[in-house]
Design a protein around this ligand. Sequence first.
Ligand SMILES: NC(=O)c1ccc[n+]([C@@H]2O[C@H](COP(=O)([O-])OP(=O)(O)OC[C@H]3O[C@@H](n4cnc5c(N)ncnc54)[C@H](OP(=O)(O)O)[C@@H]3O)[C@@H](O)[C@H]2O)c1
Length: 274
Amino acid sequence: MPQIGALHEKGITPGLAVVLVGDDSASQVYVGMKARAFAKMELYSETFYLAGNTSQEELLKLIDRLNKDPQFHGILVQLPLPSHLDEMAVIMRIDPDKDADGIHPVSLGKMVLGVDAPLSCTPHGILMLLKYSDIETTGKHVVVVGRSNIVGKPIANLLMQKRPLGNATVTLCHSRTKDLAGICRLADILIVAIGRAGLIDRSYVRDGAVVIDVGVNRVEDASAKRGYRLVGDVNFEDVKDKVAAITPVPGGVGPMTISMLIANTVYLANKMAS
Ligand SMILES: NC(=O)c1ccc[n+]([C@@H]2O[C@H](COP(=O)([O-])OP(=O)(O)OC[C@H]3O[C@@H](n4cnc5c(N)ncnc54)[C@H](OP(=O)(O)O)[C@@H]3O)[C@@H](O)[C@H]2O)c1
C-alpha cells in the first residue's frame, strides 16, 4: 500500500485501537485476526481488553481517552457488546474522525450523501470484491438479504448510488419478506447477511448469478479440531455449480473486511496528517 510508505516517511505509523469487552470467543478470534493483519502491514494496533462486567461509564471513559490519543488514528469497538451496554451510545461516543469501522452516524450519513468518509468495512470489502472480480453492477438487480446497520443497509445503499460500483437496482429483504426464495431468484447479484447457516440453497439462486455470502456461523463438527467449523449463510456445495461466482466461507468476505479496516485506518491517518 503506497500510502503507508508515504506516511512512514513522514514519521507516521497508522494506529488502530481495538476495544474488546468480555470474553466472547468469536470476538476474540476476530480481534486476534485484526491485530495480526495490522502487524503484517507494519501498522500499529493495540487491543484494550475489558471485563464483561465493565460499566457504560468506564467504557465511555476509555473511548474519550482514545479519542484524544494521537497514537490512534482509528478506533474500533468489537461488536456485539454485552447486553447491559448501550451499543449505539458507545458508537456515537467515538470521534467520527477516528471511526475506523465506518459505523458512526456521521460516517453513515456521509456515505448516504455520497460524501467522502470511511465506509463501513464489510460493505466496502464487498465493493472491492466486485471491483477486482470485474463484476459489473450497473443496471444489475442486486438482492440483499439482511438489514443490519453494519452490512445490509449500507451495502444496499452503496450499490444503488449513482457512481462506479453502484447504479444497481436493489431489493432489500429481511425476516418478514414474503417469498424470499422467489425474490432471490430474480437476483443477478445475491448478497446474504443473515446469520443462518446454509439457509440459502439452490432453490434461492438463479443460474449464472453472483453470490456473496457474508454469514459466518459455527456448526458442530465432531471431526474438527475445535469441535465446530465455520459455514456461511449459503449452502456452498448445493449452489456452486449453478452460479457464475461465489465467495467461500471462511476466506471470502471476512478477509476483505479486515483489509478495509486497514484501508480506513490509513485513510484516517492521511486525513489527520493533511
Ligand atoms: N464476514 C464478515 O466480515 C462479517 C461482518 C459482519 C457480519 N458477518 C456475519 O453476517 C451475518 C449477519 O450479520 P449482521 O450483523 O449483518 O446481521 P444481524 O444484525 O445478525 O441481522 C440479521 C438480519 O438477517 C435477517 N434475517 C434473519 N433470519 C432471516 C431469514 N430466515 N430470512 C430473511 N432474513 C433473515 C434479519 O431480519 P430482521 O431485520 O427482520 O430481524 C436481520 O435483518 C452473521 O453471520 C455475521 O456473523 C460477517
